[in-house]
Design a protein around this ligand. Structure first.
Ligand code: NAP
Length: 523
């Protein structure tokens, strides 16, 4: 498939007329072909109107139709072959093997949501029969969940496939029965066009023209117009705190406010408990250095903060972690902007009073390459300086040295909301771990024992979410089967004639989905 610089509006390929922009190869810091046409406000209008017009028919497709559509998208993405991987590699600097793995993950997500749609649990079908003899009589009441309406999706720069055009937000919104309008991330425009066309083709083949569009344009103008458009009923976003909060404010200021599910900033604290440091400090140090530098540290679950009690074992850990980190080569970051933000962030962090640099990775030799950075400060410094709490997106981590458990507990209490919190512990540490847990449950969406937070499994039990600022809505997850709940709302049908009931609520249960009938789960 050719990259033409076009966006996708339903079944049309449209070259935007509001100017052009080219992709940048971060490995060389140079532009490359072709030029991409930027959307006008008319294009936003067309995409949104189309999404609104198809919503009612799309949400009433059968589970099989919608599941097949999601599977067809997965097949079409695989069908793009090396063209997709090579373009993504050029645009993001991410290694080919990593991108191949990410493509597999993207297809698994689409297939997971196909299974979720077929299983039908997400519908929450609930039937309460009429009780005419009761005083007062109870009417026949039936509940199901339906899609919220057209969803605007802002893909992430750091996962050009799995969190982008056909990523988790798009897959879960389409699964919920919501048409999707994507705002392509400027960091991987060609990759976005290829994937958008794979979705467009799948929609065409499945008779679902119009349920998907992708716009190319500046976030502050086209992205803002999209979120402000009355046809859009929810937003999925992954990116910076500033970008996410700008969209939250726009959505809240609309005549009809809408939910924004923004995944933003997280430093993912890792608590190193005393016996774990004593018995396996060297192994933890190696695991930490590997996790910190994976993908140039550009993971939302990157371990950006370590917390430990001062001790000879901590000193040994520091030596092992420093040695492991010093061997790590600098790797290319996703965009010149992200690289600049990282370099400035590290420089600022290292200059804060009380902060001492412990180790750095190998120096950068390419334009956008990031050198890993491990620094240390005392608990009191951290507690008294909020500048130390900010995410530095990239391979940078700050070790907080605590003089006692009370300080460790105070750190846990003081940190902002997180996607993850990790505890390294042996059985001898369980009493300390138990005392930390209630705080960590309040702070994080996923709590790990003896692992590292990078690597987010796509499955039913996953939570990739957490209290603010890790996300704008801690009740949800953006990865895993439950991500579909973000784009659904319940509707109750009272005293409906059988002929007018939605299929999922008919007595005969034609879709064969699990339902709660008069308070009992029926399978
Ligand atoms: P970003 O600047 O927040 O951009 C994400 C998307 O939102 C892009 O499509 C962007 O449009 C759009 N956008 C940005 N500001 C907007 C606004 N005010 N109104 C409407 N749309 C807006 O994120 P990024 O470019 O991916 O990376 C920048 C920084 O974000 C990184 O340095 C890092 O700190 C953070 N980040 C965090 C995570 C995480 O998972 N926690 C992931 C990625 C990045 P354009 O394409 O036009 O810019």
């Amino acid at each position: 498939m050719q990259i033409t610089g076009s966006m996708v509006i339903g079944q049309q390929s449209v070259f935007g007329s509001a100017g052009t922009v080219k992709a940048i190869n971060p490995a060389t810091n140079s532009e490359f072909e072709p030029a991409f046409g930027l959307a006008t406000n008319d294009n936003v209008e067309q995409a949104c109107q189309l999404a609104a017009a198809t919503f009612d028919s799309y949400r009433e497709t059968t589970p099989e139709q919608r599941a097949s559509f999601l599977e067809k998208i997965a097949d079409n993405i695989l069908g793009l072959g090396n063209t997709l991987i090579e373009r993504a590699h050029q645009e993001t600097g991410l290694p080919v093997a990593r991108l191949e793995g990410e493509r597999g993950r993207t297809m698994n997500q689409l297939r997971l949501f196909a299974k979720v749609v077929r299983d039908g649990v997400y519908v929450s079908a609930t039937l309460d029969s009429a009780l005419p003899e009761r005083v007062p009589p109870r009417p026949d009441l039936r509940l199901r969940k339906i899609g919220l309406g057209p969803v605007a999706v802002f893909g992430a720069s750091n996962f050009p496939l799995a969190f982008s055009v056909a990523g988790g937000d798009t897959a879960s919104a389409l699964a919920a029965g919501c048409p999707v309008v994507v705002k392509a991330h400027s960091a991987h425009l060609g990759t976005s066009e290829l994937v958008a066309k794979a979705i467009q083709q799948a929609a065409n083949d499945c008779g679902l023209a119009g349920v998907f569009s992708m716009l190319i344009g500046n976030g502050r103008q086209i992205g803002q117009s999209l979120v402000a458009h009355p046809a859009i009923k929810a937003v999925g976003f992954t990116g910076s705190r500033q970008g996410g909060m700008a969209l939250v404010r726009t959505a809240a200021a609309r005549a009809e406010p809408i939910p924004v599910y923004a995944e933003m900033s997280s430093i993912n604290p890792v608590f190193l408990l005393p016996d774990a440091l004593k018995t396996k400090g060297a192994a933890i140090a190696q695991g930490f250095a590997d996790s910190l530098t994976m993908g140039a540290g550009q993971f939302c679950t990157n371990p950006g903060m370590l917390i430990a009690l001062d001790s000879p074992e901590l000193q040994s850990f520091i030596e092992a972690a420093s040695a492991a980190l010093q061997g790590k080569p600098a790797s290319t970051m996703l965009t010149p902007g992200i690289h600049k933000a990282y370099s400035t962030g590290v420089e600022r962090l290292n200059q804060v009073s009380g902060v001492e640099v412990l180790a750095q990775g190998q120096a950068a030799t390419a334009p956008c390459a990031a050198q890993a950075n491990l620094a240390v400060c005392g608990a009191k410094d951290f507690l008294s300086n909020v500048d130390l709490h900010d995410e530095v997106f990239g391979p940078s981590s700050l070790l907080i040295r605590c003089k006692d458990l009370a300080e460790m507990q105070a750190i846990a209490e003081h940190i902002e909301g997180q996607l993850t919190a990790t505890v390294h512990a042996t059985a001898a540490d369980y009493a300390i771990a138990k005392s930390l847990l209630p705080t960590l449950e309040r702070k994080a969406g996923r709590i790990l024992f003896n692992g590292f937070p990078t690597g987010v499994e796509v499955c039913h039990a996953m939570v990739h979410g957490g209290p603010f600022p890790s996300t704008s809505d801690s009740r949800t997850t953006s990865v895993g089967a439950s991500a579909i709940d973000r784009f659904l709302r319940p509707v109750c049908y009272q005293e409906f004639p059988a002929e007018l009931l939605p299929t999922s609520l008919q007595d005969a249960n034609p879709f064969g989905i699990p339902r709660v009938v008069n308070g009992e789960l029926t399978l």
